[in-house]
Design a protein around this ligand. Structure first.
Ligand code: NAD
Length: 377
């Protein structure tokens, strides 16, 4: 197969879907690799490094050869998709439920598109699971963002001049990102507690050193390890029960999500206003509706409270803040998936493989994922 690696076009996006190491892996599997000039610069990887690994560097936006497999990070725009030759295979994140127009464009251009963000969460898929690899980095970054905005030390510190108290950190939503945030906040010395609605999460939280807050709400699971949306009365009850924990926290990190739904609202504006001056909230769900009322993706807001202010940060593209690491993991996810599409170096699409069929969105002029088809015109 011929792999083409795109230089990302979205403003602020620093990640890239291949690294010199992943290029070597692709070549060893029998692929050839073209990479657009400058594609790796945001992740500190030069054209020369890709060339040394065996890739051919091509002009940014150079025409894609028919039959190529195009690696990307962000979903392509409608125009970028429409410009692809029929039969191109794309591999990357599609966010298809928010991007129906680009999915329709891929269908109409007879592009075969695979959404790595729809990969079934089974063990065989772990090495291709971009949601996990990118959520892990996001969880870490939430903590460093919070630590920077928090004008105090995280860890308890005893000195001859007195003792500094540790930061009290609350993590809401303990999936991949939340668990990484707990572990990271713990390493900085914070006293960390967390809440989630999945049955397995109490043990998972404890395993990374957090204290699980049991709200006695019962669990809400949709199957496949995902959470279900809470009914309105239970959601309100969750807010009420969380309120005292939020008021007692210095740092609140929110990562709660329900696939295909707006993010659950866990923290109201009144709860933010009841926090201590100097407290910090970082909302990873700001782009998908917000776990915290009033959070805006990409904005750092200061909210006046008696005696000072609370900082509310809406996360946006925070994996790009750690682009070299994010790209390294993402590139290997792509290369591992590409291996499923190859037989002795040739492109073979085996839709009997549940990882191939589970992540396929368009093929042969049709939307092949039923749930996505329901939202595409
Ligand atoms: P996600 O991003 O969909 O959601 C983040 C977290 O928010 C989840 O833990 C969810 O339970 C939680 N949440 C939802 N509503 C909430 C509410 N009202 N209050 C508090 N928390 C709420 O989740 P994710 O990080 O993608 O992980 C989802 C599941 O997939 C987990 O069970 C994880 O262990 C599993 N997983 C499996 C694999 C694998 O086997 N390959 C890989 C990664 C993740």
């Amino acid at each position: 197969i011929h792999v083409r690696v795109r230089a990302e076009s979205a403003p602020g996006e620093k990640r890239v879907a291949a690294t010199p190491d992943s290029v070597k892996k692709l070549l060893a599997a029998g692929a050839s690799v073209q990479i657009e000039s400058g594609a790796g610069l945001g992740s500190l990887m030069t054209d020369a490094a890709y060339e040394a690994a065996g890739a051919r560097v091509v002009r940014r936006g150079a025409e894609v050869e028919p039959g190529s497999v195009l690696f990307h990070v962000r979903p392509l725009t409608v125009d970028e998709t429409a410009a692809l030759p029929a039969g191109t295979v794309t591999v990357g994140m599609l966010d298809p439920f928010q991007n129906a127009a680009a999915v329709a464009a891929a269908r109409d251009a007879r592009v075969t598109s695979f959404a790595l963000d729809l990969m079934p969460r089974i063990s065989r898929a772990q090495s291709m699971d971009v949601l996990s690899s990118q959520a892990l980095l996001a969880g870490y970054r939430l903590v460093t963002l919070a630590a920077d905005a928090f004008g105090r030390m995280f860890g308890m510190t005893m000195t001859a001049a007195g003792t500094l108290a540790p930061a009290r950190v609350l993590v809401l939503g303990a999936g991949v990102a939340g668990l990484q945030a707990i572990a990271t906040a713990k390493r900085l010395g914070g006293v960390v507690s967390a809440n989630d609605v999945r049955a397995a999460s109490a043990d998972e939280v404890r395993s990374v050193g957090g204290t699980f807050i049991d709200l006695d709400l019962g669990t809400a699971e949709a199957g496949g390890g995902y959470a279900k949306e809470l009914a309105e009365d239970r959601a309100r009850r969750q807010q009420e029960l969380l309120a005292p924990h939020i008021a007692a926290s210095d740092i609140v990190l929110t990562t709660a999500a329900v696939p295909g739904r707006a993010a659950p609202r866990l923290v109201t504006a009144a709860m933010v206003a009841a926090m201590k001056p100097g407290s910090v909230l970082v909302d990873l769900a700001a782009e998908s509706g917000g776990n915290v009322e009033g959070s805006v993706a990409g904005e750092r807001r200061t909210i006046a409270v008696p005696g000072g202010a609370v900082t509310l940060i809406g996360a946006r593209d925070i994996q790009s803040d750690l682009a070299p690491d994010a790209s390294k993991l993402y590139a290997m996810n792509c290369a591992n998936f590409a291996a499923l599409l190859m037989k002795e170096g040739d492109l073979v699409l085996d839709f009997d493989d549940e990882l191939v069929s589970g992540s396929a969105v368009t093929h042969d002029g049709a939307v092949v994922n039923e749930r996505v088809a329901a939202v595409v015109e």
